[in-house]
Design a protein around this ligand. Structure first.
Ligand code: FES
Ligand code: FES
Length: 159
């Protein structure tokens, strides 16, 4: 049995038919066709599936799509604006914070949420914000450096 679901994804309105037990991750990847959000553990452990729901990071693998009714979802594809990468996307590339890339979309979403709330986070605050995002490749240091560099760039841009 399918249920009607209306939601906004990266500013675009969608009306879909989804299963009652279908996860937000499944809807984003399989119905909406946005595959930047990754399925890692499928158990709220790794953060690869992180998206923003009304601006707050959630693990979309453990979130029922129906709970997103009427809400705004932002995926990694929605972080860039007008063809310009988000500052944290550029910074992670420049810092060398991406290896296999499987964790990257979740890291970026968590980092973007942090920078939207904290203009000048400390290293500890960055590490805390990324605590739910596991990376098996980078050792985290370059990711943290990238997020701090993005924060500095955004502050400079704001004057
Ligand atoms: Fe959702 Fe790992 S896939 S937390
Ligand atoms: Fe490979 Fe993070 S870059 S898991």
């Amino acid at each position: 049995m399918t249920h009607a679901l209306s939601l906004s994804v990266n500013g675009v309105a969608y009306s879909l038919g989804v299963g009652g037990g279908q996860t937000l991750l499944s809807v984003l990847r399989d119905e909406v066709g946005l595959t930047g959000t990754k399925e890692g553990c499928d158990d709220s452990e790794c953060g690869a599936c992180m998206v923003l729901l009304d601006g707050q990071p959630v693990n979309s693998c453990s979130y029922l799509a129906m709970q997103a009714e009427g809400r705004d979802v932002t995926t990694v594809e929605g972080l860039a604006r007008d063809g310009e990468l988000h500052a944290v996307q550029r910074a992670l590339i420049e810092a060398g914070g991406i290896q296999c890339g499987f964790c990257t979309s979740g890291m970026l979403v968590s980092a973007a949420a942090l920078l939207a709330e904290r203009a000048d986070p400390s290293e500890d605050e960055v590490r805390l914000a990324l605590a739910g995002n596991l990376c098996r490749c980078t050792g985290y240091q370059k990711i943290v450096e990238g997020v701090l560099a993005a924060a500095a760039e955004l502050q400079t841009a704001r004057g």
